[in-house]
Design a protein around this ligand. Structure first.
Ligand code: NAP
Length: 283
């Protein structure tokens, strides 16, 4: 029950009604027996500075940040984690005695979910489809995990040059036109193949990135970060050909659990978070 002592958490974004975080986080709060509450707060882009100042003044312990504020919020925070700095996006803010510290828990979310399947990027060649906001967190995680090379295939390489600029100083990364022969060669030697495009996401469930299954390694691991539907067409087709696959739900739960730990100092029950997530996605 919410009391005078309840510690406040939430998520800001616009729109925000679709957010899956309140249900996942409140389920974890209840399971942990903590006196916290997590709410969704719609914030228009022009209101971001006053919203951040307000959350600080109201002593919110922390909040998640989603579209369209993930990059725009950076100038209003006091400190940014190294990962969030390289990515250029914050998805979690911790209020540490009035100092607002920005983190990006998608990085841990992506990598921890993969490790939970006993797959690590260390020494591996990775082919990645898409170069948007989520790709930045994925690339940061893959580099931190020790991937030997990351080859990014996109439909429009000129739009992806920003990613190259951000990440080339930190590891081996190349950008390709995904319809070209060079990317095909890179995809052929990939140990891990990741989809970070929305191709295949609800309602366009018949789509998938242009993977040529006849040319990829037999034991390539397929990771599609889309969480609705589950499985995606890419996952289904990869699984039919004997590949190990992973979808985006585990990443979504894990990024929330990492944020929960930053705010509360307590481990979240990821089982209950996944259960609630599935209930929401099924409805
Ligand atoms: P984004 O910033 O819009 O980037 C999407 C990327 O995919 C861009 O490179 C874009 O290329 C490309 N793309 C989009 N539509 C395409 C199409 N029809 N054909 C070819 N390429 C296309 O989106 P995002 O925030 O990175 O999110 C991408 C996906 O990841 C979404 O499905 C989202 O739900 C999922 N996601 C999952 C998690 C998780 O926790 N599991 C977290 C974050 C995101 P252009 O630049 O050419 O448009």
């Amino acid at each position: 029950m919410i009391s005078g002592r309840t510690v406040n958490l939430g998520v800001i974004g616009h729109p925000i009604a679709h957010s899956l975080s309140p249900v996942m986080q409140n389920a974890a709060i209840e399971r942990a027996g903590l006196d916290y509450a997590y709410i969704a707060m719609p914030v228009e882009p022009e209101d971001l500075p006053s919203a951040v100042a307000g959350l600080r003044a109201l002593n919110f312990r922390g909040f998640n940040v989603t579209i369209p504020h993930k990059s725009a919020i950076i100038p209003f925070l006091d400190e940014i984690s190294d990962g969030a700095k390289i990515i250029g996006a914050v998805n979690t803010v911790v209020n540490d005695g009035g100092r607002l510290i920005g983190h990006n828990t998608d990085v841990d979310g992506f990598i921890d979910a993969m490790h939970a399947k006993n797959v690590a990027a260390a020494g591996k060649s990775v082919a990645l489809y898409g170069a948007g906001g989520a790709a930045r967190a994925v690339i940061c995680g893959l580099m931190r995990d020790g991937a030997s090379e990351i080859n990014v295939g996109v439909r429009n390489p000129s739009k992806a040059q920003g990613i190259l600029k951000s990440f080339a100083p930190h590891g081996a990364i190349k950008i390709f036109d995904w319809s070209g022969a060079d990317f095909e060669v890179a995809a052929m030697r990939a140990d891990i193949i990741v989809n970070t495009t929305p191709l295949g996401m609800h309602p366009n469930i018949g789509e998938m990135p242009p993977v040529d299954f006849s040319r990829v390694k037999d034991d390539a691991f397929f990771y599609d970060i889309i969480y609705t539907p589950s499985p995606t067409r890419l996952m289904r087709e990869a699984r039919e050909r004997g590949h190990e696959v992973l979808g985006g739900a585990a990443m979504l739960v894990r990024q929330g659990a990492v944020a929960f730990r930053l705010w509360t100092g307590t481990d979240a029950d990821e089982g209950i978070m996944m259960e609630k997530l599935k209930e929401m996605l099924d409805n």
